[in-house]
Design a protein around this ligand. Sequence first.
Ligand code: ZN
Ligand code: FE
Length: 257
Amino acid sequence: MGVTVEILPLLTDNYAYLVTDAESGAVAVVDPGEAGPVLARVRERGGRLDWILLTHHHGDHVAGVGELVAATGARVAGPAADARRLPPLDRALAEGEVFELGRAAARVIATPGHTAGHLCYLFEASGDLFCADTLFVMGCGRLFEGDAATMWASLSKLSRLPPETKVWCGHEYTLANARFALWVTPDDPAVRERAREVERLRSEERPTVPSTIGVERATNPFLRPFDPAIRRRLGLEGASDAEVFGALRRAKDGFKG
Ligand code: ZN
Ligand code: FE
């Protein structure tokens, strides 16, 4: 048993997710950056919202919390490390803890880098990872509150999860990420094939989530700083993985496609 996941596109390019425990019917929303569309969907499904699960403090992930709490009575769970800059938490979470949603459970994984307190949630029974702005499809989050070594350590943790783990990230940035990946490794067949797939999905206005950890390990340059082709491209053959990762992140920051 495990959870089922429904994608809720919000704002310009954010994804929130409705997560339902099949056994108990308990429902959580991950990162409601606005309330309206979440509330509308929750009401269509019968009105049940037990938890609001937050990954980090940025407004595009939390702005809907107050209105959702007022309308549904849902409780709020999120990173203890960021409690002072989050809406009031009913449950403050940290690395290694388990968040219970009805009979389902998510392992809490600390992934500092994008923000200092960023958490990811892994529902292990069904292999669903909510990784928000740490790991994107073919990309990763910007380094607002951490250095390259910190973010690389966080991404390495996610990269070591089982390859079939589904990757549900916080934004639909995949097309731009694919273009950058093609700039980094223009001759990589896996990257080229994935980029074509992404072009097709987006031309049909379909989401590129979920990806999987296995696909990301093969096609996401930010999980591959050890790749000789990437190192050659950046002229960093002798550097550490964290250094190559940092150079990739800086190149992406300045990339115009
Ligand atoms: Zn963010
Ligand atoms: Fe975001």
